[in-house]
Write a protein that binds this ligand. Structure first.
Ligand SMILES: [Zn+2]
Length: 464
């Protein structure tokens, strides 16, 4: 009895020691994470940075004066954080210019016209100076072109009207389901003799804003390229209804966008050198360029300032990373991905060892979690940190696509992640005139920054 008592006593002591030691290491993480969330919500700089980028600079299309102003501004702000190194990485980017505002109407009977809101798709050619006027034919996607054939398409404008699928809870899945008509619609329709294409905006909501976005002609000769524009969802609905009443409608549109020669621009990079393993690099970033219609607050001013905030939160909380933590503001994600490609090219040529990359390019909305592109083993390690995010209502940890800009860096053994904010309202603003600062909520933006800083902290302190 006495001996048993001793043994159980000993076990109890061991158990308490074990609990305390687990408790200590957990609470160190919990304390650091809480500090960063608290600071982000009270003294974070991200919202003010975004205010400047959006309201003092505005839309930052690659090759524009505004893109250069954004490079200068973010570099100066990163300099002011007192990190170890800030530099610009040169990269050649395309320079596409929209020109004067586009104009479009449809004509039900001669002289009876209804104006509709359109915008040229990024990279599109102009219409002839007098515009294009022709019969318009509606399709539900690229697949339907071959069914209609040259007979029914030649000499007409093709109207791609497949809507985003409203039943998809992940709105990015809905986007993927129809973005091919925007990206390749003009190239495909031109093979059947179409004169131009009008594409329904990638938006789940019915509203007045046309949404631009990248499109490609592949290696099609310039003489065969046809102009492409997006129409607002309201415009698409009206046009579609009118076509059902009268399939003989004429459509007119005019745009004078132009592609110039490539110009030099920059990725903006800043880093805190690792105190123990400086050769192991962690990247966190977003893209500094945006489309020209709004001010690019959600896409992707938000991701840029959140990434900058990661370094700010480390400095402010006195956290000295073991590994090198680098923020990269990539140039030209929207119409070329040249910045992401250049960063990876330089990293490979210098034989740099990147262990982790995190991108924020899904808007500045309430953070829900992350997607991870990694081995199963590394993913399981990440899952052991999930509980640390519970107090912040961040719970979505899934495998999946991480990000476009960090994509070219990807290699075996590396872990890639994307911040996943709530996506329900993202496509209301994406690439449109209403992607503006007043649609970003300060708390939501700052919570996203703290969520990113917490994951970077956990990767840095634990490694893979
Ligand atoms: Zn983006």
């Amino acid at each position: 009895m006495k001996n048993n008592y001793k043994v159980s006593n000993k076990l109890a002591v061991l158990f308490i020691i074990a609990c305390l030691s687990v408790g200590r290491s957990q609470s160190k993480d919990e304390v650091q994470i809480k500090k960063m969330y608290d600071l982000a919500l009270t003294e974070g700089k991200g919202y003010d940075w975004l205010n400047y980028l959006s309201n003092q600079i505005g839309g930052r299309l690659s090759g524009s004066v505004q893109a250069q102003q954004a490079v200068d501004y973010t570099k100066a702000q990163l300099d002011s954080l007192g990190v170890d190194k800030v530099w610009l990485q040169p990269v050649m980017v395309p320079k596409w210019v929209r020109g004067t505002p586009e104009f479009a109407y449809f004509e039900t009977t001669p002289g009876s016209t209804t104006n509709v809101a359109i915008c040229a798709l990024g990279g599109s050619v102009a219409t002839p100076s007098t515009g294009v006027k022709a019969k318009i034919i509606e399709v539900d996607g690229i697949e339907q072109l071959s069914t209609l054939g040259k007979d029914q398409i030649e000499g007409k404008i093709v109207f791609f009207n497949r809507p985003m699928d409203a039943t998809q809870i992940n709105t990015f899945t809905a986007y993927s389901g129809c973005v091919d008509q925007r990206y390749a619609g003009a190239l495909e329709a031109s093979k059947y003799g179409a004169l131009g294409v009008i594409v329904r905006s990638m938006n789940l909501r019915l509203d007045i804003y046309p949404h631009t976005g990248s499109m490609s002609y592949g290696d099609q000769p310039e003489s065969e390229r046809i102009p492409a524009a997006a129409i607002s969802t309201n415009g698409a609905e009206l046009l579609s209804t009118s076509l059902k009443l009268n399939p003989d409608i004429n459509f007119y549109f005019k745009q004078n966008c132009k592609l110039f020669k490539d110009v030099e621009s920059y990725n903006v990079i800043a880093e805190i050198k690792g105190s123990e393993k400086p050769d192991e690099i962690i990247v966190v970033g977003g893209h500094l360029d945006s489309w020209d219609l709004g001010d690019g607050s959600h896409d992707d001013g938000a991701g840029c300032v959140q990434s900058m905030e990661v370094l700010n939160l480390f400095k402010k909380t006195g956290y000295k990373p073991k590994r090198t933590v680098r923020v990269v503001l990539f140039m030209n994600e929207e119409n070329g991905l040249r910045g992401g490609n250049k960063y990876a090219e330089v990293a490979i040529s210098k034989n740099e060892k990147h262990i982790f990359a995190l991108e924020s390019d899904s808007g500045g909305f309430t953070p829900r979690g992350f997607t991870f592109d990694s081995s199963q083993e590394d993913f399981e390690k990440v899952l052991t940190w999930k509980n640390l995010f519970k107090p912040y209502l961040v719970h979505y940890f899934e495998k999946g696509f991480a990000g476009a800009d960090i994509g070219p860096l990807k290699k075996d053994g590396m872990v890639m992640a994307g911040l996943r904010p709530d996506s329900q309202r993202y496509f209301d603003h994406h690439h449109a005139e209403n992607d503006t600062f007043e649609h970003v909520n300060r708390r939501e933006l700052q919570l996203g920054a703290a969520t990113m800083a917490s994951l970077v902290y956990l990767v840095d302190s634990n490694g893979f």
